[in-house]
Design a binder for this molecule. Structure first.
Ligand SMILES: Cc1cc2nc3c(=O)[nH]c(=O)nc-3n(C[C@H](O)[C@H](O)[C@H](O)COP(=O)(O)OP(=O)(O)OC[C@H]3O[C@@H](n4cnc5c(N)ncnc54)[C@H](O)[C@@H]3O)c2cc1C
Length: 399
């Protein structure tokens, strides 16, 4: 398939380019370029979030009636491609990509009216309280208990691997309200304030040195029953619906921009004869990654097409999650292969060892290894590759 833009889409692309040119200053571009993790740092994220909100472009994937842009599929593709190529920062997915769509599908009118505008404006920053020690792939075995007391639930227990809980003022959370019967049937979905008395957030630091995830402890934390989404003991339905958005969020444009940068970088790395881009073995790896990434892009189109008709991503989102995780790891592995020791963090002097001066910008050297290390988690976070394959086998292939 060869995508050709109609004149109106070309005009839209030009508008997008003009906007990005104006809106992206050096701080924002540097924030994106030097980001060592999967998530954009909080300060850069929020600055960019507010700029997009003011422009009215913060939620391209939401229905227009709730604050979406009303863009068609190709406009959304143009936006994500141009933003990635221009080096724009990412925005955190927990509110815009996960909690918002879940509330649109399952929230009460009151919950939508209260929370959706606050997600759009950036006033609320969400984290996801699903996993617990002992409840990851087997999520339904979660134990954080919620006992009813008058108009409140009282929560005791812990959540783990909670990304950006140290920044979030809200959490969407799965709790156990029934310990008898089938585990899936005793789970309830709650929204809570992170400044509620009894919540403690403890950092967990990655092997690369970043602090993105946390363990969160609940010691008799009161949550109003009005903060429940869906029926009591039916949180599993809501939880699975949200996961489809988490896994079907896509990222092909960003990976394409990374692969394009890597191809350009390879052309600047000298070998005895020519550059790394001329090396047949490396060129074959780049070409093979490009073929697979193009296939991922079209898989993403199919899921976006379902969404733009008002649907949810469906279990097919697990295909995208699996392929995307593998591809992000593959690109980061190729970057390490390309830069070798020059990609090692905390060794900037390695870039100028003796006369062996490598003509690359410092940014590639500074973020290559942290990226490589952090992207090991892509095939775990949001559900492991094995879990996605089980879902595809059961719900997509009907095996
Ligand atoms: C960077 C990062 C960020 C995260 N952020 C969040 C967050 O914000 N909120 C949140 O709630 N959670 C978060 N998580 C947790 C994540 O969802 C879990 O780590 C994940 O679901 C796997 O669970 P586990 O770590 O307990 O591994 P386990 O479930 O113990 O799995 C261990 C291994 O066994 C395999 N396995 C397990 N069951 C099966 C099976 N049935 N068939 C085949 N293989 C199986 C797995 O694939 C894996 O290889 C995050 C994780 C990471 C790494």
């Amino acid at each position: 398939m060869d995508i050709r833009l109609l004149p109106e889409h070309e005009r839209f692309r030009d508008d997008v380019r003009r906007f990005l040119d104006d809106a992206l200053d050096d701080d924002l571009r540097d924030g994106a370029r030097f980001c060592p993790g999967v998530f954009q740092d909080y300060a850069t994220n929020m600055r960019w979030h507010r700029i997009l909100y003011t422009k009215g472009w913060i939620a391209p994937s939401w229905p227009k009636q709730y604050g979406g842009t009303g863009w068609d599929l190709l406009q959304r593709h143009i936006w994500s491609t141009e933003a990635s190529l221009a080096g724009a920062p990412g925005v955190a997915p927990m509110g815009l990509g996960m909690c918002g769509p879940m509330l649109i599908g399952h929230g009460t009118p009151e919950q939508r009216a209260y929370y959706l505008p606050r997600i759009l404006s950036g006033e609320d920053y969400w984290c996801q309280g699903y996993s617990e020690p002992g409840a990851g792939s087997d999520l339904a075995s979660l134990k954080l208990r919620a006992d009813i007391d008058g108009e409140d639930y009282i929560l005791s227990g812990t959540k783990i691997w909670t990304t950006h809980a140290h920044h979030a003022n809200r959490m969407f959370c799965l709790v156990r309200t029934d310990f008898t019967g089938k585990p899936q049937q005793g789970i309830t979905f709650l929204l809570l304030d992170m400044d509620s008395p009894g919540i403690t957030v403890e950092p967990i630091v990655f092997v690369s040195g970043e602090h993105e995830v946390n363990q969160v402890f609940f010691d008799n934390v009161r949550v109003p029953r009005a903060n429940r989404v869906g029926a009591e003991n039916d949180g599993w339905t809501v939880a699975k619906y949200l996961l489809e958005f988490e896994r079907g969020g896509g990222g092909a444009a960003r990976m394409q921009a990374a692969l394009t940068r890597l191809s350009k970088l390879a052309a600047t790395i000298p070998l005895e004869a020519g550059s790394l881009a001329d090396d047949a073995a490396f060129a074959r790896k780049l070409a093979s990654a490009q073929v697979d990434l193009t296939a991922i892009q079209y898989t993403e189109f199919r899921i976006l097409a379902a969404l733009s008709q008002g649907g949810n991503p469906g279990p097919e989102s697990s295909i995208l999650k699996n392929l995307g995780a593998n591809m992000s790891q593959r690109i980061s592995e190729l970057a390490v292969e390309a830069l070798g020791m020059y990609g090692a963090p905390f060794q900037p002097e390695a870039r100028t060892v003796g006369s062996n001066v490598v003509p690359i910008g410092p940014e590639e050297g500074l973020t290559t290894l942290p990226h490589y290390l952090n992207y090991r988690a892509s095939s775990i976070a949001g559900g492991t590759n094995e879990v996605q394959k089980n879902i595809v086998a059961k719900l997509v292939l009907g095996l």
